[in-house]
Unconditional design. Sequence first.
Length: 288
Amino acid sequence: MATTAQGALLTRGRRRALAWHTAAVAVLIALLYPVVWVLTSSVKPADEILSSFNLLPTEATWSGYATALDGIADVPTWRFFANSMVISVGSVIGNVLSCSLAAYAFARLRFRGRGPMFAAMIGTILLPHHLLLIPQYTMFQKAGLVDTYVPLLLGKFLATDAFFVFLMVQFIRNLPRSLDEAALIDGCGHFKIFGYIVLPLLRPALITTAIFTFIWSWNDFFAPLIYLQSPENYPLPLALRLFVDSSSTQDYGAMLGMSVLSLIPVIAFFVAFQRLLIEGAATSGLKG
């Protein structure tokens, strides 16, 4: 009887595991299908991209990539990549510097109104981005900064991404205060404590902030659409739109080819730092 019961439990466990794995594979296929479709459609002939339901092309062609590499609107393709890199790298530098300083202030310094200010900062996460769009655009327009990268980068250097500030605050709060006290005894001020003690220990949270900031900035379409007007200033997300709107033929092959090319830096960045990303996610704000 005991052997039969154990066998029944084992069979039930195997069925449950099989069901979970089947569901996981189905979800994985559903998530990866758009990516696979973009990859295969980028080498399809132009007349097959929207008319054919076959996932694989009848005949592979690289004309879409050739057109994408030639550029569009008299702007070379490398310029779009360079613009995206300037915006993304600038956003990473701004967020890492400003958010880490703000997080240190909230986590270690004691000043009047620290609690309400921290709560107000966290509350900005709940504000829809569109709510601030009109006043921000008006402000930058009156300052003559529209069609520049200043509206896209200024907020990054002012610690406006409350999520990353909160992430670092939770990490710093888990660091022992005895390190700060020992540094104070040795005559270090807050800037030296931050630079020589807190900042090196903050590395996992900094890496997490850098990776997410780079990916979000690289893929951002809405903010550049609002503030940038000249094609020579467009990042890659806006450049993709030019392949559809520039003519009545709508070159989807070139657009898909450019889409695949634009994925390469993000994938390379993620693969290079994925171990540090997992380490940062496991240690930043999840303890205590």
